[in-house]
Design a protein around this ligand. Sequence first.
Ligand code: ADP
Ligand code: MG
Length: 475
Amino acid sequence: MSKTASSVWEECLSFIQDNIKPQAYKTWFEPIKPVKLSGEALTIQVPSKFFYEWLEEHYIKLLRVALVKQLGEDAKLIYDVRMENNYSSNNQHTVKIPSSNRNPMVAQGVAFPIDVNKRELKNPFIIPGIQKVKIESQLNPNYNFENFIEGDSNRLARSASMAVSNKPGGTSFNPLLIYGGVGLGKTHLAHAIGVEIKDKYPDKIVLYISSEKFTQQYIDSVKGNSRNDFIHFYQMIDVLLIDDVQFLSGKTGTQDVFFHIFNHLHQNGKQVILTSDKAPVDMQDIEQRLLSRFKWGLSAELQAPDYETRVLILRNKLYRDGVEMPLEIVEYIAKNIKSNVRELEGVLISLIAQASFNRKEFTLALTKQIVDKFVKNTKREVSIEYIQKIVSHYFELDVATLQSKTRKRHIVQARQLAMYFAKRMTKASLASIGSQIGKRDHATVLHACKTVDNLTETDKQFRKYVDDITKKLTF
Ligand code: ADP
Ligand code: MG
């Protein structure tokens, strides 16, 4: 039986598959199509220029062994670089002969890169130039370790971040997942890691990206038929910082592609740093296989800073801005703004702005005004009526049903949730809450609050209800 391009390539593949990791096989060999066999020369079609370079750099020996087995010592390999979205009328493409391997893969050493196809890899982060690829790291130099104040609340996350910066990819903190509530410094730490690595290892390719932007790029790449380029681009990176991965929840396509990129980077000893507003156990709608990867390294929590740390953060910021402020005022702010460093800074900025604008001194009265505004904005009082509306709507009931005497389980749960939120978000007494939610007594409300607390601890689905409704009530 005579050999064909397909039969030769198939034999090569089965040899290659036995010799490399499944992930690498899938990424680099599955997309290849055998196109032509003439004599000892096999032509294979690859989806991009980068792809061809990668094969050359990493797999040429393996390819050679495989090919020689099939076609003998004079085997030649020819790449046909064909962009998927370029099947235009005249079907242009680039033919290349492996440059680094002209000898002995290509007998006469005639390299003829007929570069008819001028389409280059397009990527927003690549700065065109003659040297080796340069990637804009997207780092903010103002977010560094020096101005990230250490406290009990962030000690673990901060030291793990520093360890990773000293030896990217070389610690067991891979991936490093930094998680915590809004405004607690996740983005700051992620940048600090990148900035430090760039400083210590200028040649490393570092990239900071938000999950939102990553998702958008991925969607664009699918639309533009450049999904492979997208993947290959990310697989080149040495240190990948992905911010707010909770944003990937429910986005299965993006999760899938990220899974492959992650595996590739991890297998090759590259460092991955993730941030999230939730611990992995609490992440919703993220594929199990991805979650399990997130847990491979270290998950470090950023907690709300304690009072001393809050004072230090404020004083440090004032010092850097060259502003002097009475300690009494700094302490007042630190005492009243507790759960969010961004707000802490926000109060300071408003205060400085107001005082300089009105040529006023920093006074406690002015500070109180501003702090009040911040506290009010975040803890907008909601009415019990509004809570019942939101909860009913969430469970697709009407308010009358929620208030009715029925003992149907899901209605009882909805009612208990309404009571729980009324207790948590208003100043109303138990008795008053009871009378407004279907004329119940205070003991019933108390029982409802306890039940919700218990269920939140033990029942994942129930916790999701609480989280969802909290979001609806606070935005
Ligand atoms: P997150 O990403 O967790 O929402 P950010 O990293 O954006 O929070 O932090 C919010 C603001 O608080 C930023 O301006 C950041 O510099 C500041 N910040 C947070 N934690 C600290 C800290 N420990 N020391 C100094 N500044 C901090
Ligand atoms: Mg952030």
